[in-house]
Design a protein around this ligand. Structure first.
Ligand code: SAM
Ligand code: SF4
Length: 321
C-alpha cells in the first residue's frame, strides 16, 4: 500500500514478545523489567491474522522480532503458518534474534519456512559480551547459534552490531573480518537514543563514519543497497559485505517502507514517534482498516536530531527492534 508521501509500505516488523533472555546495556534495565499481563499480549492466532491482512494489503516482507522471539512458545508454529502466506504474495520471512537459542531451533525454523536470520552480536570477546548482555556464557551460545544458522542455510546471516563508545568500538576491525566467512554480512547499526540509551552521554554514540575511518580498505559496492537502509561495502578479498545503517547521521525516512506491530497489539507507523494505533480499538473484524490507518499516519520523517526531540517512552524490546 502507498502512504501519503508516495512510499510503498511493504515491510512489516512484528514483535512477538517484549521479554528477553538477555539484558543488553542499551536496551533493557538489568533488573525490574515490568512484566506485561498475559492477556495483554497478542495470541499467535491473532498475530497470524494481522499478518494475513497485511499481506493482502501489499506487505511483501515480514520480520519477527522482540524482545527475543525465540523465547515465545510455539514460535516455530507461527513461522510455519506465516510461511503459508507466501502463496498470497509474501516474499520473505525473516527473524531478528540474539541467537542464544538458535542452535536449538535453526534447522526447525528453516524447515518451517523461515528464509534468513539477523543475529545481534555486539562483541566477539567473552568477558565484554557478558558485560554488555548481563548473561555469562551467552557469547558461546550465540556463536553456536550463528554456526547453526549457517549450517541450516538461513543465509545470508546478517550480524547486527551496535557500536557503543568506550565499549566495543575497538572491535570494529574484528567484526569486519567476520565477512571473510562465507554467508556472513556484518551491519553496524548506530546506537539510537531509545530505551536505556535514551539519556546516555554523547560520547557513547559513535557515527558509522568511524567504521570507514578505522577500516579504510572497505570499498563501497556501487549500486547496491542492503535493503532500504544499509549502505554496503566490502573488503576486497572478502565473501560477505559490511552494511552501515545510520539512522542518526543520515535520515533514510524518505525511503522508509515499514510499519511495526508491538506484542501488545499496537501498530507503530514510525519507530521514533509516540503515535500508536491500538488493535483493540478496531477488533478482529477491522484488521484491514487498522493496518491502512497506520500506514496513512506514517510521518514524512523522524525528529531524533531536532533539538526539542523527546525520546519515545517505549523501549526497543517493547516495540521490537
Ligand atoms: N532480541 C533480538 C535481538 O537482539 O536481535 C531482537 C530484538 S532487539 C530489540 C532488535 C535489535 O534492536 C537488536 O539488533 C538490538 O541491537 C537493536 N537495538 C536495541 N536497542 C537499540 C538502540 N537503542 N539503538 C540501536 N539499536 C538498538
Ligand atoms: Fe534482548 Fe535484543 Fe534487547 Fe538485547 S537487544 S536485551 S537481546 S531484546
Amino acid at each position: 500500500m502507498i502512504d501519503n508521501f508516495g512510499r510503498d509500505i511493504n515491510y512489516f516488523r512484528v514483535s512477538v514478545t517484549d521479554r528477553c533472555n538477555l539484558r543488553c546495556l542499551y536496551c533493557m534495565p538489568r533488573v525490574g523489567v515490568p512484566k506485561k499481563r498475559h492477556e495483554d499480549i497478542l495470541s499467535l492466532e491473532l498475530i497470524y491474522k494481522i499478518c494475513q491482512s497485511a499481506v493482502a494489503l501489499g506487505i511483501k516482507k515480514i520480520r519477527l522480532t522482540g524482545g527475543e522471539p525465540l523465547i515465545r512458545k510455539n514460535i516455530v508454529r507461527l513461522v510455519r503458518d506465516l510461511a503459508g502466506l507466501k502463496r498470497f504474495g509474501l516474499r520473505e520471512l525473516t527473524m531478528t534474534t540474539n541467537a542464544v537459542l538458535l542452535a536449538q531451533y535453526a534447522s526447525e525454523l528453516k524447515a518451517a519456512g523461515l528464509d534468513r536470520v539477523n543475529i545481534s552480536l555486539d562483541s566477539l570477546r567473552e568477558e565484554k559480551f557478558t558485560d554488555i548482555t548481563g548473561r555469562a556464557g551467552a557469547m558461546r551460545e550465540a556463536q553456536a547459534g550463528l554456526r547453526a544458522a549457517l549450517e541450516a542455510g538461513l543465509s545470508p546471516v546478517k550480524v547486527n552490531v551496535v557500536l557503543i563508545g568506550g565499549v566495543n568500538e575497538d572491535e570494529i576491525e574484528d567484526f569486519v573480518n567476520l565477512t571473510r566467512e562465507e554467508g556472513v554480512e556484518v551491519r553496524f547499526i548506530e546506537l539510537m537514543p531509545l530505551g536505556e540509551a535514551g539519556a546516555w552521554e554523547k560520547a557513547r554514540f559513535i557515527p558509522n563514519t568511524e567504521v570507514l575511518r578505522r577500516v579504510p580498505r572497505l570499498v563501497p559496492i556501487a549500486g547496491r543497497r542492503g535493503g532500504m537502509v544499509a549502505r554496503l561495502y566490502r573488503l576486497p578479498e572478502a565473501a560477505g559485505t559490511v552494511g552501515l545503517i545510520s539512522p542518526l547521521s543520515s535520515h533514510f525516512c524518505a525511503e522508509c517502507n515499514r510499519i511495526r506491530l508491538t506484542p501488545d497489539g499496537k501498530l507503530k507507523p514510525c519507530l521514533h514517534s509516540a503515535e500508536e494505533l491500538d488493535f483493540r480499538a478496531y477488533g478482529e473484524n477491522r484488521l484491514s482498516e487498522f493496518l491502512s490507518d497506520g500506514i496513512r499516519r506514517k510521518p514524512d520523517r523522524h525528529m531524533m536530531r531536532d533539538s526539542n526531540f523527546v525520546p519515545v517512552a517505549r523501549k526497543m524490546h517493547e516495540i521490537g527492534g
